[in-house]
Write a new protein. Structure first.
Length: 121
């Protein structure tokens, strides 16, 4: 019976770290220049931007789960420490969303250029 306590403690630690593996996704390397890009390049970029958006959504959901797990383990934490955990989670979430929005804005800007260039043909 005493042998089960260390195993239970180890399992609890492992479960607590299950959400600590939130990996920030890698954004597309570049967005093609709308003045010189081909249709295929723009379509590929659009797919990459959409995939990054999906990955950011998964990342922010992981952050939420990680935060909830941290709060569940926070018996000995002060209110200040809990607020700090909340602040960090919000900061990570907001940074990810801002990066996602900035990438989409850059793509949309180049898409407008591409469409304007190709509308003249």
């Amino acid at each position: 019976m005493k042998a089960l306590y260390p195993l239970a403690a180890l399992a609890a630690l492992a479960a607590g770290n299950a959400y600590a593996a939130c990996t920030y996704p890698t954004p597309p390397e570049s967005i093609p220049d709308g003045n010189t890009a081909t249709l295929q390049e723009m379509v590929a970029a659009q797919k990459a931007v959409k995939e990054f958006d999906k990955q950011i959504t998964a990342y922010t959901e992981c952050l939420k789960l990680e935060h909830e797990a941290a709060l569940a383990r926070s018996e000995g934490l002060t209110d200040e420490q809990k607020q700090e955990l909340e602040r960090i989670q919000i900061q990570k979430h907001n940074a990810a969303v801002e990066a996602d929005e900035a990438l989409a804005a850059r793509f949309n800007e180049q898409l407008k250029v591409f469409k304007a260039k190709n509308a003249k043909k």
